[in-house]
Design a protein around this ligand. Structure first.
Ligand code: CMP
Length: 148
């Protein structure tokens, strides 16, 4: 079961944390602080499963530090690092998680509940657009993968 209850990062910590990742760095400070205060900082050990294929999604995750792999039936679909996100698909279409996401080193994520995620996407179209661009990039990579 995904956990979203953990230490809440201080709002200021989280705001500067988000400023360091390209995904949010284009936002003004006030917007970033307001978004930052809605998330939580979660830490994982190497080998921890953050998101499990087939389970219903409760969170959106942004990697603040560390590395994670997206895996489906033993195959690595993608490696994600600092500044990259995962967990958006299940929140967008309300379907089960499409893949496992496993921490492959000690990893720190900033996580949003599905409710906060929806609200931020609706009120910050520039964030939603950045996310769409990254999703298109992933789709193109999947299309050009030899086994797809
Ligand atoms: P979700 O389906 O909620 O949970 C698993 C996550 O893995 C998914 O959202 C995406 O964030 C990510 N993911 C799934 N497939 C790929 C892929 N081919 N490339 C990169 N990330 C992926």
């Amino acid at each position: 079961m995904e956990r979203l209850t953990s230490r809440m990062a201080g709002a200021t910590d989280a705001a500067s944390l988000l400023g360091s990742v390209p995904f949010f760095s284009g936002l003004d400070k006030g917007t970033r602080s307001s978004i930052a205060s809605q998330g939580k900082e979660l830490t994982y050990k190497a080998g921890d499963t953050v998101v499990e294929e087939g389970s219903m999604g409760v969170g959106f995750y942004l990697i603040v530090d560390g590395k994670a792999e997206v895996r489906k039936k033993g195959k690595v679909l993608a490696s994600l690092g600092k500044g990259q996100f995962f967990g958006e698909m299940s929140l967008i279409d309300e379907q089960p998680r499409s893949a496992d996401v496993v921490a492959v080193s000690p990893t720190k994520c900033w996580a949003l509940s599905s409710w906060a995620f929806g609200s931020i996407m609706k009120t910050n179209p520039e964030v939603a657009l950045m996310m769409l661009k990254e999703m298109v990039k992933r789709l193109r990579a999947a299309q050009s993968s030899p086994t797809s």
